[in-house]
Design a protein around this ligand. Structure first.
Ligand SMILES: [Zn+2]
Length: 278
């Protein structure tokens, strides 16, 4: 975060207290974020307006901006954005993944090294770190993105890395990482059920199915199918899904997980579970 961000925060602190509230809410979930924020506030405290303005002057000139009158409804003033206004930026992050490592934050270089060996990517993905504790891994095409997603579960130094596709409404402040991508194996899945629609229907019993892996798609391995599903982890992961076949017979399809996240309902965080009081 540069001095710009801090300046804006100070200016608005008189009217909108939410600016400070939200980072604190985040910090409660991730200890390291809190430390970082405190550090930033301290650094800021030692600065005077004069040298902050001076710093701003030195900044390299970038995009040119202009005044656009805010919308006012019922006396409330706000900046009104259209789909058109955010289109170009959403395009830039179209194939981005959000990554979060439970319990620790590796360096960007370590993350780059890890990602590089996970697939044969057409273009090397760009990796960014966000102070809220997330990595953004920006791929240039859908194939590269799905390659990384499908070779999980991802672990670094024995700690799981949680990945999820970035959506246009992803908010670093409010994100609570309750829905994450999990690889689910379907052992002994009847061979008639390996079509995209059958796998989609079965996966929808767990969450939002995104992909089947290569071996499932090409039927090169037939003892189990693997699908990648976005699942709400605040509820216990199911070990079966009930299926009714075209003959009207019900069967229970077993589900295997290589990695099951632990979710703490008290801290609203993945990675541990506080002991419940007796
Ligand atoms: Zn907890």
């Amino acid at each position: 975060m540069g001095p710009n961000t801090i300046l804006i925060g100070n200016q608005s602190s008189g009217e909108g207290g939410d600016k400070t509230e939200r980072p604190l809410k985040m910090a409660a979930r991730k200890g390291n974020t809190q430390q970082r924020l405190q550090l930033e506030h301290k650094e800021n405290g030692g600065r005077t307006w004069a040298n902050m303005v001076e710093e701003n002057k030195l900044a390299t000139k970038g995009m040119e901006l202009r005044f656009v009158p805010p919308t006012i409804i019922n006396g409330e003033k706000f900046a009104e954005l259209t789909h058109e206004d955010v289109k170009t930026e959403n395009e830039k992050w179209k194939f981005a993944l959000i990554g979060y490592m439970v319990g620790d934050t590796p360096t960007i270089a370590a993350m780059e090294r890890y990602v590089a060996v996970q697939g044969n990517f057409e273009t090397k993905p760009k990796i960014y770190y966000h102070n809220a504790g997330y990595f953004v891994i920006n791929f240039s095409c859908e194939e590269d993105k799905s390659q990384l997603l499908c070779v999980g579960p991802h672990m670094m130094n024995n700690r799981p890395i949680i990945l999820k596709p970035r959506t246009s409404d992803f908010n670093f402040d409010e994100e609570e990482l309750k829905t994450i991508l999990i690889l689910v194996k379907l052992p002994n899945l009847p061979l008639s059920c390996w079509s995209p629609i059958a796998l989609s229907k079965i996966g929808s019993g767990l969450g939002l199915p995104l992909y089947a892996d290569d071996c499932t798609t090409n039927s090169t391995r037939i003892s189990y199918a693997t699908i990648l599903v976005e699942i709400d982890v605040t509820r216990e992961l199911s070990n079966i899904v009930k299926v009714k076949d075209p003959q009207g017979r019900m069967f229970e399809q077993a589900l295997w997980y290589d990695w099951k996240p632990i979710y703490c309902p008290k801290c609203l965080q993945i990675g541990h579970k506080c002991q419940t009081e007796k």
